[in-house]
Write a protein that binds this ligand. Structure first.
Ligand SMILES: [Zn+2]
Length: 200
């Protein structure tokens, strides 16, 4: 006899206590003595054998290669950015997936012109990218094409609204600060508003 809990689980999430169940597939015993998930999926209990496992095949709307992701920058590393997924193919995703993308985007000429080998991101920037790999259960995005990159960002100085002034420059309408970003071809608040509206 088995019972499935439809709530999506994320890697590291608490699954059960060892007093209740034994950990099965896609689980591990954490240092605090609880059973935790190693994968994105749903909990399946084997009530007879008292085993709980995480079933990956029923995981809700896990992105596929080629899917278009819209999310926000949650963390930055030296050459990578971590992006919290908000929309998958314009549909709202509530599963809390994180994706990673290389911050080294654009042609060598672009980078030399900017005098920097990396594109600039800030926490909270709204970005659009395409899924290029799911290696090791990690969602890898590219931000390099013209429709990808930063879709909308608030001013890093004052949090004000920004507009595009040149191909890769945004300007704050409040304080006038300029910033260099890898922008999408349709950069702006209106684009994000439309995605937000369509994805509801
Ligand atoms: Zn500003």
């Amino acid at each position: 006899m088995s019972k499935e809990d439809k709530q999506p689980m994320l890697p590291g999430e608490h699954v059960a206590s060892i007093e209740e169940f034994e950990g099965g597939k896609n689980t591990y015993l954490a240092s605090d003595g609880t059973i935790r998930s190693t994968a994105v999926g749903t909990k399946v209990y084997d009530l007879k054998r008292r085993i709980v496992k995480i079933d990956q095949k029923n995981s809700p709307m896990l992105p596929k290669i080629g899917d278009i992701i819209v999310g926000y920058v949650e963390m930055m590393f030296s050459s990578m950015v971590s992006i919290k997924v908000m929309y998958i193919n314009e549909k709202k995703s509530e599963a809390g997936f994180s994706a990673i993308a290389s911050a080294r985007i654009g042609s060598r000429a672009d980078m030399e012109r900017r005098g920097d080998r990396r594109a600039t991101f800030h926490n909270g920037d709204i970005v659009r990218g395409r899924v290029i790999s799911l290696l090791n259960s990690t969602i890898h995005l590219t931000l390099a094409e013209k429709e990808f990159g930063v879709l909308y960002a608030l001013c890093f100085m004052c949090g004000g609204d920004t507009v595009r002034t040149k191909e890769s420059i945004i300007k704050c309408v409040e304080c006038g600060a300029f910033e260099d970003r890898k922008l999408t071809h349709d950069y702006g608040k209106e684009t994000f508003r439309l995605i937000h509206k369509a994805g509801k």
